[in-house]
Ligand binder design. Structure first.
Ligand code: 6PG
Length: 221
């Protein structure tokens, strides 16, 4: 487990965006395209806005999602809508470079299988969040999805509303080449302490290669 980076709140979004930009550039130095998988929730929006302002060869970046709520893409709780508002629209990224989890579909299982078929063999750069219960993606404590070793995308029910979600599984997160975990707020400090201590009861602790970046409040300072 790498050491957490603790960043002043006013610098956290930009430092996280710069971390992601460096990881994307590193990958692009030895391959023609790069995959970037993004989480939703309330924490990452300022980071996505800062990333949208950075000069990168965006035409070579393919955007995927770590998880999605089973709601329409224009729904207030849609992760796609968050990313579209803060990153995709500002960058004018064409649909051909955006691989959306189809949260509007009735057949959740088929929607998950279809997304699985679109995933690259390994994701290059991933942004994760962490819930106060230590969940990440839509992998919640005690969920059978945490035991999944074959499927790469599952439809799951979680305790954080909206309940039905599509999520990448741990094998996909484990195979990702660069993972940034972004956490803010005092409410997360217990989960952060336990994840950094390697408490395997918390799903976020299973993403061992993640570089956790957080504000002092989340770090318990
Ligand atoms: C989601 C996110 C989820 C998020 C955590 C933290 O769909 O809710 O992908 O994994 O990262 O729940 O959420 P906050 O950033 O809102 O605290």
């Amino acid at each position: 487990m790498s050491e957490a980076l603790v960043i002043a709140p006013e610098h956290l979004a930009r430092q996280a965006a710069e971390w992601l930009a460096r990881a994307l550039q590193d990958a692009l130095s030895h391959q023609p395209r790069v995959s970037l998988a993004l989480s939703g929730g309330s924490t990452p929006a300022p980071t996505y806005r800062a990333l949208a302002g950075m000069t990168l060869p965006w035409a070579r970046v393919d955007v995927y999602f770590v998880d999605e709520r089973f709601v329409p893409p224009d729904h207030a709780q849609s992760n796609y809508r968050l990313v579209e508002d803060t990153l995709l629209r500002p960058l004018r990224l064409p649909p051909s470079q955006v691989f959306r989890m189809e949260g509007e579909r009735e057949d959740r299982e088929q929607a998950a299988r279809d997304y699985e078929a679109r995933l690259p063999a390994a994701l290059d750069v991933v942004l994760l969040g962490m819930g106060e219960d230590g969940h990440t993606a839509s992998l919640f404590p005690g969920s059978p999805a945490l035991e999944e070793r074959e499927r790469r995308v599952l439809a799951v029910v979680g305790p954080k509303p909206p309940p039905w979600r599509m999520t990448l599984t741990l094998p996909v997160l484990h195979s990702a080449r660069a993972v940034l975990g972004l956490v803010a707020g005092a409410g997360k400090q217990d989960a952060v302490r336990r994840v950094l201590a390697g408490d395997s009861a918390l799903p976020a602790a299973h993403v061992s290669q993640a570089q956790w970046m957080m504000d002092p409040a989340a770090a318990g300072r």
